[in-house]
Design a protein around this ligand. Structure first.
Ligand SMILES: Cc1cc2nc3c(=O)[nH]c(=O)nc-3n(C[C@H](O)[C@H](O)[C@H](O)COP(=O)(O)OP(=O)(O)OC[C@H]3O[C@@H](n4cnc5c(N)ncnc54)[C@H](O)[C@@H]3O)c2cc1C
Length: 379
């Protein structure tokens, strides 16, 4: 009987891992000794970092979307279904129509901005964290004639750099359109600096000061008044805006919350080295779904998939699991529409942003095209 590795979620983490496993277990899969089952509730695969470039009308949304089936190795058993419950005791996944038993489970269900977290937010806010949001923001920016743009952020959220990047890109976008003097930019952050990683905050702060980007720290939203167009903070202050871009705190997938597996936000307690769900030897967690205090980023998922590929193959082959995830994350930091920096760090080495350059921006632009090789497990 084939040992089944079920991967729940066909985003960056799940698809990359499934493809890597299928390629390296091809012998066992062909002999009927192993199966890689990938379950996704959507047949579209979206490269989410593309949303930033959609918002600034650099590329259309379609450019960043491919059919899931075009990315999946032929030895992966691909199923499109919406799983409603994960039962780690019975070792099965349940949807309305089906039941999927597994030997090993990898939960790769991602994270999602919670626009209900702050009263009033859903009604008035713009965002670049959803495909529709990125297109709507693009159209609003194109017709914006001037005024105050606020960028409000709560944590945790995926791609910790993206709100800083969008702010620096907004500055450049309006400069290029000869209207920067008509636009006030106010960036806010909930803790005492402008980014959770001190070196990244230190990198961005001089840019903010040089480019007249205002910022407020310890900014904690309580509600948003869509009529008055104000953000109301916990200290009782009212902050008026003309255009509000919000990045609310994220939650885990509904299936995680419904299955009672995660913390109150739906993030799953995960061992930082083995990536196993705490207390469960046969359940692994990868990508944004973990509760690890590291960046929720595609690159995190990519490096985590290296660890899990190795260890899951070992389990199928009856070998010991020896690979540990070292916390590695790599991230481009867009400084404008034409230059960027780059960081790479892990549990033991803090990030040191590289000198900002056009070249790094072009590497990012190149990676935007090469991402599909990552998803295919080839890079
Ligand atoms: C604006 C923006 C910019 C970003 N920029 C960067 C960047 O520059 N660099 C970087 O590394 N990362 C970046 N990221 C973050 C990156 O996109 C995510 O961290 C990454 O996609 C996480 O991968 P994942 O597989 O964990 O989650 P996802 O890619 O979100 O995939 C989760 C999948 O699970 C599926 N799923 C959920 N529930 C179920 C269910 N019940 N049944 C079946 N399927 C289910 C979903 O449909 C989805 O396909 C950015 C993100 C955004 C929004």
């Amino acid at each position: 009987m084939a040992k089944r590795i079920a991967i729940l979620g066909g985003g960056t983490a799940g698809t990359t891992l499934a493809n890597r496993l299928a390629r390296q277990l091809s012998h066992e899969i062909r002999k009927g000794e192993a199966e890689v089952l990938l379950i996704s509730n959507t047949d579209r695969h979206i490269y989410q970092p593309g949303y930033l470039f959609v918002a600034f009308n650099e590329k259309p949304l379609d450019h960043f979307i491919r059919p899931q089936k075009s990315l999946v190795h032929r030895l992966v058993t691909m199923v499109y279904d919406d799983v409603e419950k994960i039962d780690v005791e019975k070792k099965e996944l349940l949807s309305k129509r089906n039941r999927y038993a597994y030997d090993y489970l990898v939960i790769a269900t991602g994270s999602y901005p919670d626009f209900d977290a702050v009263p009033g937010m859903k009604e008035i806010t713009y965002n670049f964290y959803t495909p529709e949001g990125a297109e709507k923001l693009r159209d609003r920016l194109a017709t914006f004639e001037g005024g105050k743009i606020m960028i409000v952020i709560d944590v945790p959220h995926k791609c910790p750099a993206a709100p800083l990047e969008v702010t620096l890109m907004l500055d450049d976008y309006f400069r290029r359109r000869n209207m920067r003097d008509k636009v006030e930019l106010l960036y806010t952050y909930p803790i005492g600096r402008i980014h959770s990683l001190q070196p990244v905050a230190d990198w961005a702060l001089p840019e903010f000061e040089k480019r007249n980007i205002q910022y407020e720290t310890y900014f904690n939203m309580e509600s948003i008044d869509p009529e008055k167009k104000t953000v109301n903070t916990m200290d009782g202050a009212e902050h008026p805006f003309d255009l509000l871009i919000s990045i609310p705190a994220h939650k885990g997938a509904p299936v995680v919350l419904n299955s009672g597996l995660g913390d109150e936000s739906g993030f799953i307690p995960t061992d930082r080295y083995t990536l196993k769900m705490v207390g469960h030897d046969d359940v692994y967690v990868i990508g944004d779904a973990t509760n690890l205090p590291i960046s929720k980023a595609g690159s995190t998922a990519h490096y985590e998939s290296e660890t899990l590929t190795h260890n899951l193959i070992s389990r199928i082959r009856g070998l010991p699991e020896t690979k540990l995830y070292d916390g590695r994350v790599a991230c481009f930091l867009e400084n404008s529409l034409g230059d960027a920096s780059f960081i790479i760090f892990d549990y033991n080495h803090p990030p040191k942003p590289a000198d900002t350059s056009e070249l790094i921006h072009w590497f990012k632009a190149m990676y935007n095209e090469l991402y599909w090789l990552t998803a295919r497990g080839l890079m």
